[in-house]
Design a protein around this ligand. Structure first.
Ligand code: ADP
Length: 397
């Protein structure tokens, strides 16, 4: 079956077409500047990107342009749209209502809407994308895959905030966790390549991209993760602060004359390694600046590394041990220096890195020595493939 995978934001829409039998990507790309002017990037497998500027007042025009590109006589990868057997949509927040992926129906969408308040920037955009696809592809089964669902197995002691219990009961204030599709995909794959039984394993997944989170996966189930009610909690990220004393938030707001929205923008967009370094949110720029002697860039990298190591230590305690640590996403897959610096803290649990293996970039491989008490792997994540698999599973049930 050919599956269209859609990841829809407020002004952008990323897509891939995946052949579920071969698991190969047939075409991918994105629509940008939806509602502003409009730009379609379309790339058939093995070919150059084709860029078309064209008006996209709404997501519906964006989806239509993607579908047209897919069946285009010259550069299309499908002979007709009827070849698309199902569509998989990434949905950011499923609250407590979705513990796994779900077939999209009117009733299901109503439940997703009930989670909108928890992710006001993301969920409404996801729903707009879903509705545009439903209009243009009536009758094609569609599936929603949630960033939060994998973490719904966390025990209450891990997901509750120690605030009045009514805040949880009345408003659903608790930790949900994100990047669930990636943590699930990577933990399964890591167990597979390492030859350990997923159902009898203690795995820590470090998803280190621009957004970053760590998860503790015990016997295949998430038991803790570093992001919380929103993706702001936890690690130091590209532009997000991660863990912070709320009093600092109040103090900054007062001093800078910011309201809630203003201070949240500061924490989400101007903080993290960007805020500390003043250089960039991109680790390639940070390491280049650090090599030239930039002290704040070095501090940003040190803080990032230290926070990841602390979470790994905490999750080793949470699971009473760890068999395998997996690194994934942009930094985790490609940046040997950052991995090595994180693992320097982990000698106490018997982590020993094979520095030669660690130098290789971007490939699935073991980077620990044979003597290491904990296996350490680089496992490239593939959220689109994970969504496509879920979509086929539910669409053919
Ligand atoms: P997101 O999906 O959250 O936007 P990614 O997973 O793409 O983020 O990760 C982006 C980060 O990955 C950037 O900080 C970037 O520097 C880093 N990255 C990507 N490729 C490389 C590379 N080859 N070497 C070092 N860092 C890299």
């Amino acid at each position: 079956m050919k599956v269209l995978v859609i990841n829809c934001g407020s002004s952008s829409l990323k897509y891939q077409v995946i052949d579920s039998e071969t698991e190969k990507v047939l075409a991918k790309g994105l629509c940008e500047r939806i509602g502003i002017d409009g730009r379609l990037v379309y790339q058939p497998a093995g070919s150059e990107k084709i860029i078309t500027e064209s008006a996209m007042p709404t997501h519906k025009e964006a989806v239509r342009m993607v579908l047209d590109a897919l069946v285009d006589k010259e550069n299309g990868v499908l002979s007709s749209l009827s070849e698309i057997g199902a569509v998989g949509h990434r949905i950011v927040h499923g609250g407590e209502k979705f513990t796994e992926s779900a077939l999209i129906t009117d009733e299901m969408l109503r439940k997703v809407e009930e989670c909108n308040e928890l992710a006001p920037l993301h969920n409404p955009a996801n729903i707009i994308g879903i509705n545009a696809c439903r209009e243009l592809m009536p009758g094609v089964p569609m599936v929603g895959v949630f960033d939060t669902a994998f973490h719904q197995t966390m025990p209450a002691k891990a997901y509750m905030y120690a605030v009045p219990y009514e805040c949880y009961q009345k408003y659903g204030v608790r930790r949900y966790g994100f990047h669930g599709t990636s943590h699930s995909f990577v933990s399964k794959r890591a167990a597979e390549v390492a030859g350990i039984e997923l159902t009898n394993s203690k795995i820590i997944v470090c998803h280190l991209g621009n957004g970053a989170s760590v998860s503790a996966v015990l016997n295949g189930k998430s038991v803790d993760t570093s992001m919380g009610l929103s993706p702001l909690e936890g690690l130091v990220m590209g532009t997000r602060s991660g863990d912070i004393d709320p009093t600092a938030v109040q103090y900054i707001a007062k001093k800078e004359g910011l309201d809630f929205d203003g201070v949240m923008t500061l924490l989400n967009k101007k903080s993290g390694v960007l805020g500390i370094s003043g250089v960039s949110s991109d680790f390639r720029d940070l390491l280049a600046a650090q090599d030239k002697g930039d002290k704040r860039a070095k501090l940003a990298v040190d803080m990032f590394v230290y926070r990841v190591a602390k979470y790994i230590g905490a999750y080793a305690a949470a699971m009473n041990g760890v068999d395998l640590i997996a690194f994934t996403a942009g930094v985790g897959e490609n940046n040997g220096f950052v991995r090595q610096e994180i693992c320097r803290y982990l000698g106490f649990i018997g982590v020993e890195i094979d520095s030669k293996a660690n130098e290789v970039a971007g490939e699935e491989r073991k980077i620990s020595t044979d003597n290491s008490m904990v296996k350490v792997y680089v496992i490239p994540t593939n959220e689109e493939l994970a969504i496509a698999r879920e979509t086929v599973r539910l669409a053919t049930e």
